[in-house]
Every structure is written in structure tokens, then in C-alpha cells.
Design a protein around this ligand. Structure first.
Ligand code: AMP
Length: 402
């Protein structure tokens, strides 16, 4: 079965075409600047030359038509006809309390995604545009939605509620939902497979640290706590996001600096984190380089980032009454040798012992970076959110057939 995976943003659309017989990627690409003049399509077919095209793409329906054209074109294509695509899987950021798992799209599912626009005003409307665009181009093909929040729906009430008047939860669903669920799900399962142990027996801490960053306590294969909250602002310090802070700072700063709600939101989401502290960049590569060149602000940004990550690891070990495995994933987690080293050198009380040589090896495969004596297995597992979406889509569509 061939499955098209779509990740739609408000002005962008990422795609991957999978052949599920061997889970190979036949082609992938990105449409950028949708709705602006000179949109850019970058198409990467397996075994053929990459292609970049600039044209006017005003909305997502045209973007998908363009992608289907490239997937079937004689020069850049990988399939003979669109009919070879048997299902489409969509990444959707917010599934609220409606979705504890992926779902086949129907009118009820779409209505629920719409009801969640309030909780994810930047993301869910964009996902809906992607779904509608795929339906318009491929009306007879089943569409599946895979939610970033779904994996965390297993969190118990004491972990997902905020200690604020309960009427806010009842009226407005103010609670913690988490994010990056497909990634935490994927890497925790991949870690168990790598170790050759049943996930039901493991206490795993998964650190998804990229531009956005979150950490999850996975006990017996289920998320029991995660660092992102009602929105992806809570938790770890990130590239441009503050992570945890005293909520009283918000009204204080709004008052002192005469900021509007939008301005303070923008400050915390786009002008904080590594960027604010280093004054240089939100990119961990540049922070590390700055630190190694003696820049004090880069070092402070790195230290704060590492310290906060380590605090969460400690608290999740407490939450699970122990930890068997710590997994690093995403851009920083997979690539930053120095961050992993700094975090692990202060986790000896948990029995963590890093093997510095293994930690320095770069590979795209799951690998162990702890020593043979370490009581906790420390792994690097490259994440693959698209593959989770393709697998879920495949499973649900096979279910429709039986
Ligand atoms: P992601 O959001 O998962 O794509 O991660 C993006 C982030 O990964 C970038 O902003 C970088 O900060 C980080 N990153 C990528 N490569 C490296 C590297 N070699 N060392 C440190 N950080 C890296």
C-alpha cells in the first residue's frame, strides 16, 4: 500500500510518500510560501534528482495538486498514477480530549477538529486546510488524522490538571495536553525494540529536544506525564520559547512594559529561550560554537538549557519511582554530543554512566551511549514522526477493508 503523509502548516505543506510493503520513502518534499507570491516547491524523489520549482500557489488545494503532479511526472515522478495512493495520513497538532488515538476522517472527526481551533489557533486550522485540500484532490481515498496530543491522553488526572479553579477546566478545557506525542510514542517503542525488552516492563524518559522541546515519562508503554502543557510553551527551555516560568510574570511584565496579550504571547513564544539568553541565536549549533569560543551569554544559555532538562529528568525519575532508559531524540538530542555529555555527567546518582566514545559516534540508527556498567540504558533514537503517521494510517485503512 502507498500512503501519502501530509503535514500542513498555515503557509507550508510537507509531504512523504511511503511504500508500506517495506516502509520505504518513495519521495518527500516541501511546499513553502503558500499564499505568497513565488511559492517554492522542493521535491526529493528517491533515486532521482531533486527538483526545486518556483510558482504561484495561492492555497493548499493547489499545493497538493502540484505535489501530485510531481509524484506522477515522467521526469521527477515515483508512481505511474495518483490512483496508486491508497490513503492519506495527516499530522494534526491538537486532538484535545476527543482523540486518544488516530482516526479515519469523517464529518464528525472534522467537526471535532474544528471545535479544537480555540486550543490550537495556529495549527488546527492549517491541518484542516490540508485535509480539505487532500479530499478535493483525492475524493475517493480514505484520510486518516494522527494527533500530536493523542499519546498523552493516558496521563492521569493528577498530572494533567492545573491547580486553578476547576470551572476553567469544565468550561474551557484548560488542562495539560502535551505535544510531540507521535515522536515520544515512536522513540519509546523503538528503544524497547532496541533493548529487546517488552515496553510494558520499562520506565522510559524520552527527551525530544529540537527547536521545540518536550520530555515524557513513559511507564509500561504509556505517557504518564509530559512537560508541554495546554500549549507547547510549558516545560523545557527551547529555541525561542521560555518554557516554565512564574505565571505572575505575565501580568507584571504586561503592566510594566504596557504590552498587549498578543505582544506578551509573542515575547514568550518567539523571543525567549536560547535566543533571548544568548542574544545570538535559537540554534543549538551556534550556541555551542559561541560557548566554545568563550562567549559568556552562549554559555549561560547552554547551561540553563541543560540544567532545566536535567531537572525534568530527575522529576520524571521521581514520578516513575525510577528509570530504566533515557532516550535522546530530535535535532539537538540526536546531534549534540556535548549536551548529552553534560546532562549525563550529573545523573550518576541515578546510576547513569555515559560512554564518551559511544556518545561521540554519529549514526542515523538507534544506539546505546551508556557504558556496560550503567544502571540506566541511555540511548539515542532518531525520531520518525512521518513513519508513525504512515503506520497508523496503514493500520486504520486495513481495518476499514476487513
Ligand atoms: P528539530 O526541530 O528536531 O529539527 O531540531 C532543530 C534543532 O536541532 C536546530 O535548531 C539545532 O539547534 C539543533 N541541531 C541540529 N544539528 C545539531 C548539531 N549538530 N549540534 C547541536 N544541535 C543541532
Amino acid at each position: 500500500m502507498k500512503i501519502l503523509v501530509i503535514n500542513a502548516g498555515s503557509s507550508s505543506l510537507k509531504y512523504q510518500l511511503y511504500d508500506m510493503t517495506d516502509e520505504s520513502v518513495l519521495a518527500k518534499g516541501l511546499v513553502e510560501r503558500i499564499g505568497m507570491d513565488s511559492s517554492i516547491v522542493t521535491h526529493k524523489p528517491a533515486g532521482r534528482a531533486d527538483v526545486t520549482e518556483v510558482s504561484e500557489i495561492l492555497e493548499h488545494t493547489t499545493a497538493i495538486r502540484k505535489v501530485l503532479g510531481l509524484l506522477t511526472s515522467p521526469e521527477h515522478g515515483v508512481i505511474g498514477s495518483v490512483d496508486e495512493i491508497e490513503a492519506v495520513g495527516h499530522r494534526v497538532v491538537h486532538g484535545g480530549e476527543y482523540f486518544g488515538e488516530s482516526a479515519v476522517v469523517d464529518s464528525d472527526v472534522k467537526s471535532k477538529i474544528r471545535q479544537l481551533f480555540d486550543l490550537a489557533p495556529l495549527h488546527n486550522p492549517a491541518s484542516m486546510m490540508g485535509i480539505k485540500a487532500a479530499e478535493a484532490n483525492m475524493p475517493n481515498i480514505p484520510q486518516v488524522v494522527v494527533f500530536d496530543t493523542a499519546f498523552h491522553q493516558s496521563m492521569p488526572e493528577h498530572a494533567y490538571l492545573y491547580a486553578i479553579p476547576r470551572v476553567l477546566y469544565k468550561k474551557h478545557k484548560v488542562r495539560r495536553y502535551g505535544a510531540h506525542g507521535t515522536s515520544h510514542d515512536y522513540v519509546s517503542q523503538a528503544a524497547a525494540e532496541f533493548l529487546g525488552r517488552p515496553i510494558e516492563d520499562l520506565k522510559i524518559i524520552t527527551c525530544h529536544i529540537g527547536n521545540g522541546a518536550s520530555i515524557t515519562a513513559v511507564k509500561n508503554g504509556r505517557s504518564i506525564d509530559t512537560s508541554m502543557g495546554m500549549t507547547p510553551l510549558e516545560g523545557l527551555m527551547m529555541g525561542t520559547r521560555s518554557g516554565d516560568l512564574d505565571p505572575a510574570i505575565v501580568p507584571f511584565v504586561m503592566n510594566k512594559e504596557e504590552l498587549t496579550v498578543n505582544e506578551v504571547n509573542s515575547m514568550l513564544n518567539k523571543h525567549s529561550g536560547l535566543l533571548a539568553i544568548s542574544g545570538i541565536s535559537s540554534d543549538m549549533r551556534e550556541i555551542t560554537e559561541g560557548m566554545q569560543n568563550g562567549d559568556a551569554n552562549s554559555k549561560l544559555a547552554f547551561d540553563m538549557y541543560e540544567y532545566r532538562l536535567r531537572k525534568y529528568i530527575g522529576s520524571y525519575a521521581a514520578v516513575m519511582n525510577g528509570v530504566d532508559t533515557i532516550v535522546f531524540t530530535a535535532g539537538v538530542g540526536e546531534n549534540s554530543v556535548v549536551l548529552r555529555e553534560k546532562v549525563c555527567e550529573n545523573l550518576t546518582y541515578l546510576g547513569v554512566e555515559l560512554d564518551k566514545e559511544l556518545n561521540a559516534i554519529r549514526s542515523g540508527e538507534p544506539r546505546r551511549i551508556s557504558s556496560a556498567n550503567s544502571k540506566v540504558e541511555v540511548l539515542v533514537v532518531p525520531t520518525n514522526e512521518e513513519l508513525v503517521i504512515a503506520r497508523d494510517t496503514n493500520r486504520l485503512v486495513q481495518g476499514l477493508k476487513s
